[in-house]
Design a protein. Structure first.
Length: 275
């Protein structure tokens, strides 16, 4: 199974190097005499080169142990630079609906657009149809109050209409600044082409209030990996700047991507306080 997935698939060839050898003139019948035959081609062995990763062994062991046999994934990033410290399970290989974790993105877009503030109050209700279809809170629980309260309690009845007000174009734009609709930035270009890690995605054409509202609460057709949502949190922790999520320390094996300014320091600080 060596070299069939993950880091081994990405860099096993580099680690293994290449054996040397000689091609001698002769035939199968003369096999016993080939040792003294004419050398018609030769190659020098190429030694393997080291690969140093950003993985923290203690965190990696903990991530694997705590996930156990559950269907899911764990991704741990260094908030200062985006480096991958641990990956477990489906951490980057199988995007799933992100659900309410996506509300961090919706909140960032809404704050930047000036359509919501911390002083805004929302009615306490268990469901509403403001986006054109009924949206209920988890377990049909009543939810509302100040905006910080609705964020803390994850009110679908607030964030679906808020997303619809923000609009599909702005929601998609904000999502893409956070890294959606692009491959994860983990490897150098050659390794990325081999691994083909799937992108976390949001439909680029959200044409109706229903589609935008569903997407704003991480449902509908939105798909994300734990790595992508960890990157969202890293962006907020890093003052609104999203760092590449490199898994390599070795020069030349890191992604070519540059940090992306997703939002202002002020907005990032506000979202951080809400979180």
């Amino acid at each position: 199974l060596t070299g069939t997935s993950g880091l081994e698939l990405a860099w096993n060839e580099r680690l293994s190097g290449q054996p040397g050898g000689q091609l001698l003139a002769g035939s199968a019948e003369e096999e016993s005499d080939l040792r003294g035959g004419e050398v018609i081609a030769s190659s020098e062995p190429i030694p393997g080169e080291p690969v140093r990763t950003t993985i923290d062994p203690a965190l990696q062991e903990a991530a694997v142990a705590e996930l156990g046999g559950l269907f899911g994934g764990v991704a741990v990033l260094d908030a200062r630079n985006g480096n991958v410290l641990a990956l477990s399970g489906l951490a980057y290989s199988a995007p799933q609906p992100p659900g309410s974790t996506f509300k961090v993105i919706t909140t960032t877009g809404a704050l930047d657009a000036g359509i919501v503030s911390l002083d805004d109050e929302f009615p306490v209700e268990s469901s509403n149809s403001e986006i054109g279809r009924e949206i209920a809170n988890s377990h049909d629980a009543p939810c509302g109050g100040t905006f910080p309260e609705t964020f803390a309690n994850s009110c679908n009845t607030v964030f679906a209409p808020l997303g619809a007000e923000l609009g599909g174009e702005k929601l998609v734009e904000t999502s893409e600044l956070f890294g959606f609709n692009s491959p994860p930035e983990m490897f150098d270009p050659a390794a990325t082409a081999v691994i083909k890690p799937p992108a976390s995605t949001i439909p680029e054409d959200l044409s109706s209030s229903v589609e935008v509202g569903e997407s704003a609460i991480g449902q509908g057709q939105v798909l994300a990996t734990p790595l992508a949502m960890a990157s969202v949190a890293q962006t907020i922790a890093n003052g609104g700047v999203r760092s590449p999520t490199s898994i390599a320390r070795t020069a030349g094996l890191r992604p070519d991507a540059e940090p992306v300014e997703v939002t202002s320091k002020e907005t990032a600080a506000t979202v951080r306080d809400l979180m």
